[in-house]
Ligand binder design. Sequence first.
Ligand SMILES: *Cc1c(COP(=O)(O)O)cnc(C)c1O
Length: 418
Amino acid sequence: MDFPSRGRPVDDVIADLGAKRANDVRWEDGRVFGMIYDGGPTVHEVAERAASLYLHENALNTKAFPSLGAIQSEVVGWTAALLHGTPFASGFLTSGGTESILCAVLAARERGRAERGITAPEMVVGESAHAAFHKAAHLFGIEVHKTRVHADWTVDVDAMAECVNERTVLCVGSAPQYPQGVVDPIPAIAELAGTVGANCHVDACMGGFVLPFVEQLGRAVPPWDFRVEGVHSISADIHKLGYAPKGVSVILHRNKDLRRYQTFVFDGWLGGFYASPNLQGTRSGLPMATAWSVIQHLGMEGYCALTKQTLENADRMRAGIAEIDGVRVLGAGQYHLVAMSDDPASSGVPIDVFAVGDALLERGWFHDRQTPPDSLHSTVSNSNTGVIDDYLEALADSIEEVRGSRAEDRGTNYATLE
Ligand SMILES: *Cc1c(COP(=O)(O)O)cnc(C)c1O
């Protein structure tokens, strides 16, 4: 591939770019369960207009762009209030859930080193915790103890307790965890972390902009946020069910002293004193501005309406799956995540959910695959409003089509390595 030798007119370039999207999944039709979170036409409009205002701005230096400093502290402050932090709660915007998690893990390691003299840090996570925690451990030189989950898919705190010791810097719980969408017993995990002076991080990348609104709507939510004593930090993604475009998440710490452990400052460079709140250097102002604008546009009322719709969609999906012979929903998730596997209790010809997923894809419906156990994952949102009955029909047809056959491809690839 040669580097383009000559420039081309704007219209040509944009036409080519548009054409590249031909085989991408049709998220506008609501046929994707995850990755895209569609808050509706006015949410698109406010995000697009904010994006064009802040396309070029750089949050690396908020002296040059004080508006971005204000945008960050407002979005972080609103999120802290939503998650019942005290006025001391503080945090930063990051580029996504993974970066928020990396920051939380780094802060736990640094606190363990500074306050407890730990030089060979360890952390304890359930096997349901997001892969980003393992990435963090890999990057930051931390030994991970990965512990089993109960039959209901929540972490087994007794199993975690067996791994906690004087080198433990972090215990993790999720609200909810991604694979089956159940909320871990956060108070017990926080208490366990407290027994050795380790941090407790709550991964609410999925739930941070859902559970507070579910609670407002009057549905039961187990305790998980800063109201739980002993929770040190929380990650919450605005670019998921916060309905902002990709590239923005919040990392929150219970207070500024804890936040200090995630920041980096360097004063020995010819370029001058360098301070950095998260893992990025140059930081686009665009995702920060779109997050600010989407939150302002929706407000509590708008989020509650989107959440009500999301819960209706997910409840309808769960009920529909329960009525179809051969498949079942894993666990008793109550919110927006649904994992579907084959049903061992079914007396019919067995079905392979990956083959079902392939048949659904041929009909234009996209799920992520996950394992173990083999299952199809749905992150349900407002994007899927109005299509759940069509989906259930396509699901029933797909199951009949593939009953007794097996998909050759067993991969659960989730990422681009090329
Ligand atoms: C999405 C997700 C993450 C990772 O977030 P990215 O934005 O994909 O980097 C972490 N934890 C949970 C529970 C998630 O759902």
